[in-house]
Design a protein around this ligand. Structure first.
Ligand code: SF4
Length: 343
């Protein structure tokens, strides 16, 4: 495998060291594209990445879509432009590939709200429950779960679970509440939340709707219920993107992380797209600080040095793979863009 450091020859190693300490290439996107070809790499980017990274990626998608791409790729190297748990999913599903993440510190408030020890105690306190866990969690928490879900497939998967079995849902309580309303199932919720989707202001949203009376409001189910109450349409990032294209409205207000607007503007250049405001009246607080840790410069350097790389102990990887593979099987027929729903 070309990912083994032992295969790097001394002269090659000296060349990499020199390149790492040298200034960055003048044309960074061209240098990244050239490295990608040399490494036989695929670049996967989440919709919440900076537009310049999205434009360089081979695939841009939401968690479900990118999980499928990671599982199916035949590239030697997966360069994951997203947060750490997403790159871990790529490694879990594609263990033979070298998986790189430009900045290992790119975490997630949902993941950090659910420490493995506390989740273990939560499970132990509810031994008869099925543990349905949102993909935004650590590999350790995945390994203790029965099935993983994303916001694209959570409703469809919960609908497939035996009606007489109680369900735990972690770690996002807002997504869990929405899934409970959609499915009519009672879920015992872990009290986690996304710091980005908590920022939207109900008061500012109401004022914005008054200023744009014909506008449609789209929201991600990680938003609190008081924001979802104003939404004409609720769905995952991929579903919201599909709705922007299909909506008859000329003006659309979007309540989710603001970098998705990059793809939405490409998909619907004639529509007026407005990020839902935070408490300060702007949407700048709705940028994910973890996603923002990845930059073009870090992407270039990580490809050049083939690090930081994602490594997981094999027993943990195998245990985490089971509920992820169950998710892929239970949602095999689901098009991530096709399940948009009105609450
Ligand atoms: S937007 Fe929220 S859920 Fe998504 S990675 Fe950032 S903190 Fe986590």
């Amino acid at each position: 495998m070309p990912d083994s450091p032992t295969l790097i020859q001394p002269a090659q190693s000296a060349g990499i060291a020199a390149a790492l300490t040298a200034g960055l290439p003048h044309d960074l996107p061209a240098a990244i594209t050239a490295l990608k070809t040399q490494m036989n790499a695929v670049i996967l980017a989440h919709y919440y990445q900076d537009g310049e990274i999205q434009d360089l990626a081979d695939y841009v998608g939401d968690s479900l879509d990118l999980s499928r791409k990671a599982a199916a790729t035949d590239a030697d190297v997966i360069v994951f432009c997203g947060v750490r748990f997403m790159a871990e999913v790529a490694k879990i599903l594609s263990p033979q590939r070298l998986v790189l993440l430009p900045d290992l510190r790119a975490g997630c408030s949902l993941e950090s709200s659910c420490p493995p020890d506390q989740f273990r105690a939560f499970r132990a306190a509810h031994p008869d429950h099925i543990a349905v866990t949102y993909i935004n969690c650590s590999a350790e928490v995945k390994a203790m779960s029965d099935v993983i879900v994303t916001s694209s497939n959570a409703v469809a998967i919960v609908n497939q679970l035996p009606a007489d079995k109680p369900i735990l849902f972690a770690p996002d309580r807002h997504l869990g509440s929405w899934v409970a309303r959609q499915t009519g199932r009672q879920l015992t919720l872990w009290p986690g939340s996304c710091i980005v989707h908590l920022q939207f202001s109900e008061r500012e949203l109401v004022q914005l709707r008054v200023r744009h009376p014909g506008a449609e409001v789209l929201a991600h189910p990680e938003c609190p219920e008081e924001i979802l109450a104003y939404a004409d349409f609720i769905g995952s990032t991929a579903q919201l993107l599909a709705r922007v294209k299909a909506s008859p409205a000329d003006t659309i207000i979007i309540a989710t992380e603001s970098h998705i607007l990059h793809q939405m503007r490409k998909a619907a250049p004639d529509k007026t797209l407005i990020g839902a405001p935070g408490v300060d009246g702007s949407c700048s607080c709705n940028n994910c600080p973890y996603m923002a840790m990845n930059t073009l410069e870090k992407l270039y350097r990580c490809m050049l040095s083939r690090s930081p790389r994602i490594e997981l102990p094999e027993p943990l990887r195998l245990a985490a793979a089971k509920p992820l593979e169950r998710m892929l099987a239970m949602s095999a027929a689901i098009d991530p863009t096709a399940l948009s729903r009105k609450d």
